[in-house]
Design a protein around this ligand. Structure first.
Ligand SMILES: NC(=O)c1ccc[n+]([C@@H]2O[C@H](COP(=O)([O-])OP(=O)(O)OC[C@H]3O[C@@H](n4cnc5c(N)ncnc54)[C@H](O)[C@@H]3O)[C@@H](O)[C@H]2O)c1
Length: 387
């Protein structure tokens, strides 16, 4: 029986996915955490914890280095809220082009006599432009960016994408109508609208700053539904004040950008739909079960991809440092115990490596072997999975 601990409200559809081999919230010494926004930085991780899945896209609330040292794999649920963010971004694109927020605000306060006369006179202030034929630059075309790019293309926009790390999976998702820019300035140069869909990291923090605004077309509108800080707010305001930018739409509020007519801030609602929560919970439950029952890894935050068909009765998985002679030491312990290896696969990601060993027979002393493997310096966790 595996033990799951949940934090935050996890959609019932996800909890219902767990089979009879799982108990939910029966103990703190869980095998797996299924979480949303809880801050794990302030919390000890139990030794029992083999996997953390954060239902959603980011993982800033998970202490990755501590999880790795504890032998805990960390996953998110990539793409589970991508459609929600895409729909919000497209809504904002249309709202921006038609001055919807200002127009609605005007109409809401336009009471009293002669409404229709005043409206006819004032409505020219809110005259917009159509998206058809305009250019949208999409920076980052992963799960969200690819959907945004395709949807904008279907609206008749010319779409230029920039993503130097584009995965082949993502490339398959992108319509052939999307143009690919080789550099960020090339993507920005002719865009009427710029939207950012990159993760926040050292490279992307402040990636839209003074030089990038200078490279943009005057009158550009910028959208940031990725993370606060990717667009440099000080430079954004300078661009708005100088007329280089016409508007800024973002999901990430900050004191300096509030109370301006040319800035629209939403309260981080990009992924806030019932459908996205359900998708995240279901995908999260499936990720946990797959990892606990097979040891296979796909798209983990701290482990390399390693997927091997589980065809033998026993599987040993070893999470360890990515340093020389680890595989040799593991194989030697198994050889000394007279255990024949049917298959051994290893992969590495940065400083962490992961080895899967499939065997048909284990001697009675399997606990001893697990202890011996666990005792190798630089091993984070050894698991024995029985089919
Ligand atoms: N507003 C919200 O509520 C909300 C919801 C979901 C996601 N997000 C944010 O949106 C981001 C994107 O989400 P996703 O699901 O598409 O992630 P993703 O990982 O599928 O895609 C990110 C893409 O950015 C690309 N990229 C990375 N660095 C880049 C760089 N320097 N220049 C250009 N491209 C770069 C990657 O190659 C990848 O294709 C997430 O990291 C998250 O922070 C926000």
């Amino acid at each position: 029986m595996y033990q799951i601990k949940t934090y935050n409200a996890i959609a019932k559809a996800g909890l219902d996915r767990f089979t009879d081999h799982y108990q939910i919230n029966q103990t703190d010494d869980a095998d797996a955490y299924l979480i949303r926004s809880v801050n794990l930085h302030e919390q000890d991780l139990p030794n029992s914890l083999k996997v953390i899945v954060r239902a959603g896209a980011g993982f800033n609330n998970v202490p990755i280095d501590r999880a790795t040292a504890n032998g805990t794999a960390v996953f998110t649920t990539p793409g589970s809220n991508a459609n929600a963010v895409k729909e919000l971004m497209i809504a904002m694109l249309i709202a921006a082009s038609r001055n919807l927020f200002a127009a609605a605000d005007y109409a809401a306060h336009n009471s009293g006599a002669d409404i229709s006369k005043r409206t006819e006179h004032d409505k020219t202030k809110f005259s917009g432009q159509e998206l058809l034929g305009k250019t949208l630059a999409v920076i980052g075309v992963g799960h969200v960016g690819s959907l945004v790019a395709n949807a904008a293309s279907q609206l008749g926009m010319k779409v230029i994408a920039y993503d130097p790390y584009l995965s082949s999976d993502a490339a398959w998702r992108i319509s052939t109508d999307i143009h690919r820019a080789k550099t960020l300035p090339a993507a920005l140069k002719n865009a009427d609208y710029v939207t950012i869909h990159v993760p926040k990291n050292e490279e992307t923090t402040g990636m839209i700053g003074a030089a990038e605004f200078a490279a943009m077309k005057p009158g550009v509108t910028v959208f940031n539904f990725a993370r606060g800080g990717i667009v440099n707010n000080t430079e954004m305001l300078k661009a708005l004040d100088s007329g280089q930018a016409r508007g800024y739409f973002t999901d990430f509020g900050s004191d300096e950008i509030l109370n301006r007519k040319d800035v629209v801030v939403t309260p981080h609602i990009g992924g806030s739909t019932g459908e996205a929560e359900t998708n995240g919970a279901v995908q999260g439950a499936e990720t946990i079960m797959n990892f606990l029952e097979t040891g296979n890894v796909q798209s983990s935050v701290n482990l390399p991809n390693l997927q091997v068909p589980f065809g033998t009765p026993y599987r040993i998985t070893v999470m360890h440092q990515n340093i020389p002679n680890m595989v040799g030491q593991i194989a030697t312990i198994l050889a000394n115990a007279n255990i024949n290896i049917e298959n051994m696969s290893n992969a590495a990601k940065d400083k962490v490596a992961y080895t899967i060993i499939d065997v048909n027979h284990l001697q009675k002393q399997d606990a001893v072997i697990i202890d011996q493997l666990s005792a190798i310096e630089a091993v984070y966790r050894v698991r024995l999975i029985k089919k």
